[in-house]
Design a protein around this ligand. Structure first.
Ligand SMILES: Nc1nc2c(ncn2[C@@H]2O[C@H](COP(=O)(O)OP(=O)(O)OP(=O)(O)O)[C@@H](O)[C@H]2O)c(=O)[nH]1
Ligand SMILES: [Mg+2]
Length: 720
């Protein structure tokens, strides 16, 4: 098997791993949800009990450690998944600025500074580019731009935070159109960082159109540099596109045909004062890179491992905590010849190699090679890297997965332990049936509810022929509005114009009379609010009584319909009459359309052309007079109808529905037994001081057990 086949095999071996991880991810997400649910429920239980023993047991369950662990594992999982889903093996070059990283990639890919910018003036590479080998295509590029939103969040905001510039711009226009806040922090490094931000600000108009452009944009070979570099090939800083570019992918044919599915990643060197470069590098390493080539070009005049070099190494190492970078990196010492403008640095390369271990820079191997020499790069660096990859990546993958699974198993054990503690809260339970406490309390409850509801019913019986105040108010308001509002009528001018359009006054009148009738009818819809309000008031009165006098407030924090619906929801279906009583009352409503509308419509008949035609020869004034007269009369008739027939409707309905409710929940054959059974289950919610929250057969206990079991089952299937 040649190298390229071997690399293909590595990539295909990753597919099943990726699939397996998808299942793990689902399980872990599921576990996260139930773990939160269990914690919420624990918190609710803590609120509901004063029992010190139960309280302390509940408190002992440690939710937060596992929560953090789950989050960490989900994050690791996403790194692992992107690693195993990749279609190429990716080699990243890492180093401080101007060490020859881009030069090395030129030698590997056969591209030149038009596509992979190298330069020796200032920091050169502006954005990350990934270069893919594809033997069958002409070189081209694909550019991904930041969106306005991601640009603000990922690029601009970090400057505001780090440089303590105060309130960040709320929009891209806000950033572009207002002057930058002045820098108050001192020190040259802060100043240099601020200069970067200024560059984004000053040149905004030169790149801002790109933030609106679709990604990826396909570009030709000769266009590539202007998207990735900070300067042109002469070192002139005339390019600003890169400020809007998130990433570039270049596809070309590497001179070494054996490489197969390989991609190399060029990143901006660190040590520049751009904020966020390091974060972006760490992210790239964690998600997009399988192997790292550290590049350092020692100065011939003498060089050493500076603190920044060691720090850079540590940062890379930390990007994948579970896979020491020692196992997936080489150190390349970029050797320059005596006839180069840098001079001969061979001795310095050697010195640095010898002092690497004492600086705790550990890599799989080191290479001294001239990065500007393609043959040397190919032989010494690329071939060696490909060999290393093809021999080791599968093991590394396995190792990485094993570590991850070990951590999952750890989590599983921890959660198992915590669930054990959760179960211990259930150890001692009160056996309430045998105790007389419940019987006494239930006796009082029954006494209260029968008395109070019967009293209320009597009051309603007495009032049932009274007019309902809320509804009356609403009726008055609607009629006042009807009388006041003249906008329902057209002006004389409008009538004339309508006549011209329709042909004659009679036809225009026909249209207007229909409009006036519809307008009036719609007005009455407002009566709905009054009807609804008076019934809701009644429900609030009943639920206040149930909650406060009959002690059911522990079952719902609402009042009115919602309280009734909550209780109906809690009552088991088999307690059918009780359940029905609460459901019926919760859903009961009076509506204008159902109750009154048909009657009102009868009174609107006069507002029809057939019943009240326009006198022959009538003109605009007659049209208006007729409309106004008919309207006034109809409103009057409607008001009479409502006053005489409907103002009592809410009181009558209130009495009827409450009587029905009382029959169902108090007077039906099985009512008392159903209440008893229901309250027994919920006794800990109702009489919190008397009963253990997790007592035998309480609802709270049942739900707690259910949640524990649910979590247990997900936890045990975590590794499947
Ligand atoms: N003679 C010679 N010149 C080199 C060698 N490696 C890099 N250079 C030159 O050194 C300068 C910096 O190299 P780059 O490849 O741009 O460095 P870099 O690490 O990519 O720098 P940034 O992109 O700024 O992080 C360029 O002018 C290169 O042509 C080498 O091995 N020999
Ligand atoms: Mg570079």
């Amino acid at each position: 098997m040649n190298k390229s086949q071997k690399i293909q095999e590595i990539i295909s071996l990753r597919q099943p791993l990726a699939q397996k991880l998808t299942t793990v991810e689902e399980n872990l997400n599921h576990l996260q949800i139930t773990w939160h649910k269990l914690e919420d429920y624990r918190n609710q239980l803590q609120f509901k009990t004063q029992d010190e023993k139960v309280l302390s047991k509940l408190q002992e369950i440690n939710f937060s450690d596992s929560k953090t662990k789950i989050l960490e594992l989900l994050e690791k999982l996403s790194k692992l998944s992107s690693r195993f889903q990749r279609e190429t093996l990716n080699i990243g070059v890492v180093g401080r600025a101007r060490q020859g990283k881009s030069r090395l990639l030129q030698s590997i890919t056969g591209l030149v500074s038009g596509e992979i910018p190298d330069g020796d003036r200032q920091h050169c590479t502006g954005v990350r580019s990934t270069i893919h080998h594809n033997p069958h295509v002409e070189t081209y590029g694909e550019v991904w731009f930041y969106t306005e939103r991601s640009f603000l969040h990922e690029i601009i905001y970090p400057y505001y935070t780090t440089l303590d510039l105060g309130k960040s711009p709320i929009s891209i226009q806000d950033f572009a159109n207002n002057p930058l806040p002045t820098l108050r922090l001192e020190g040259s490094e802060n100043q240099a960082k601020y200069e970067h931000l200024k560059r984004y600000h000053i040149h905004f108009s030169e790149y801002s159109h790109l933030l609106k452009s679709p990604s990826p944009r396909n570009i030709r070979q000769e266009e590539i540099r202007q998207y990735v570099a900070q300067d042109d090939e002469n070192g002139e800083r005339i390019y600003f596109n890169y400020l809007a570019v998130k990433e570039v992918k270049i596809v070309c044919q590497f001179p070494n045909k054996e490489v197969g599915q390989i991609a190399v990643v060029d990143m901006p060197g660190l040590g520049d004062t751009g904020i966020g470069d390091e974060t972006r590098m760490i992210q790239t390493l964690a998600e997009d890179v399988d192997f790292v080539l550290f590049v350092k070009m020692p100065k011939p005049s003498g060089d050493y491992w500076a603190d920044v070099d060691v720090k850079l190494y540590d940062t890379v190492n930390a990007s994948l905590v579970d896979l020491p970078v020692k196992l997936w990196s080489f150190m390349v010492l970029n050797q320059t010849n005596k006839d180069s403008k840098y001079g001969d640095n061979s001795a310095n390369c050697q010195d640095l190699i010898e002092s690497m271990t004492e600086k705790h820079i550990h890599v799989s191997d080191y290479i001294i090679a001239n990065c500007a020499n393609p043959e040397e790069v190919n032989e010494k660096i690329l071939e060696k890297t490909l060999d290393y990859l093809s021999n080791n990546i599968n093991q590394l993958d396995q190792k990485y997965v094993t570590v991850f699974y070990d951590q999952l198993a750890d989590l599983q054990l921890t959660i198992k332990g915590e669930l054990q503690k959760a179960k211990q809260t259930l150890n001692k339970v009160d056996s309430v049936e045998s105790e007389s406490k419940f019987d006494d309390l239930f006796y009082d409850f029954w006494d209260n509810i029968t008395n109070d509801l019967t009293d209320l019913l009597e009051v309603l019986r007495e009032k049932r022929n009274d007019q309902d105040d809320y509804f009356k108010e609403q009726v008055e308001a609607v009629f006042q509005e009807c009388q006041k509002d003249q906008s329902i009528f057209p002006s004389l001018e409008e009538i004339k114009r309508r006549k011209n359009k329709e042909g004659d006054y009679a036809r225009a009148y026909g249209y207007y009379i229909d409009e006036v009738r519809t307008g009036l009818s719609r007005r009455f819809l407002n009566l709905d609010d009054g009807l609804k309000k008076s019934i809701e008031e009644l429900k609030i009165e009943i639920t206040n009584l149930l909650a406060d006098k009959c002690n059911l407030k522990g079952l719902s924090s609402h009042r009115g319909s919602k309280f009734l619906a909550d209780i109906a929801h809690l009552i088991p279906q088999e307690s059918s009459t009780l359940h029905e009583g609460f459901t019926v009352l919760a859903n009961f409503e009076l509506s204008y359309r159902g109750l009154i509308q048909y009657h009102i419509r009868g009174n609107l008949d006069n507002l029809k052309q057939d019943n009240s035609p326009l006198p022959k020869g009538g003109k605009e004034q007659d049209v208006l007079d007729n409309l106004q007269e008919l309207y006034k009369e109809t409103v009057y008739q409607c008001k009479n109808a409502l006053d005489n027939n409907f103002l009592r409707v809410p009181s009558q309905a209130a009495f009827a529905i409450v009587e029905e409710f009382v029959d169902l929940v108090l007077r039906s054959k099985d009512a008392q037994r159903q209440w008893r059974k229901f309250l027994l289950t919920y006794r800990a919610d109702i009489w919190t001081d008397t009963f253990q929250i997790l007592g035998d057969n309480t609802r709270l206990r049942q739900q707690w057990i259910q949640l524990i079991e649910e979590t247990e089952s997900i936890n045990s299937s975590l590794l499947q």
